[in-house]
Design a binder for this molecule. Structure first.
Ligand code: ZN
Length: 132
């Protein structure tokens, strides 16, 4: 197994919020709570990519678009997340969008992914539908 994907509980959360991993996305990954907004779900999914939590990525994927399996590219190191805009996605909504830029390093090269993701509630919890 990969050793450098593991994020110690006390280290800063990969998603960029000013909290430890354990108190932030780690609580969602461990199933202690679920993300209250589409943005928090988006952040926690970014963190799941960063720490290599494939199970979390799959269970926060809408049942209609979820891949049968998912393998993460071991060469990718996620280095930062910037939320550009959101719509809907709060406790008062059933749908939401989050536009973000996720930065990463692949080998020695910097790369980034700019996406507008769609989220809906499924069984009351926010899940990822798809992105463009
Ligand atoms: Zn976080």
């Amino acid at each position: 197994m990969s050793k450098n994907r593991v994020s110690p509980a006390a280290s800063p959360c990969p998603c960029g919020l000013p909290a430890s991993y354990a108190d932030c996305c780690g609580a969602f990954h461990a199933g202690r709570s679920s993300a209250p907004t589409a943005e928090r779900l988006m952040r926690s999914r970014y963190s799941a990519f960063a720490v290599g939590d494939v199970a979390y990525l799959l269970r926060t994927w809408h049942s209609s678009t979820r891949p049968a399996e998912l393998s993460l590219d071991e060469r990718v190191r996620w280095t930062g997340l910037e939320i550009l805009s959101t719509s809907g996605g709060t406790a008062f909504h059933q749908e939401g969008t989050v536009e973000f830029v996720a930065r990463c390093r692949v080998g020695g090269a910097e790369d980034s992914q700019h996406e507008l993701s769609r989220f809906v509630r499924e069984d009351g919890r926010w899940v990822y539908v798809d992105g463009t």
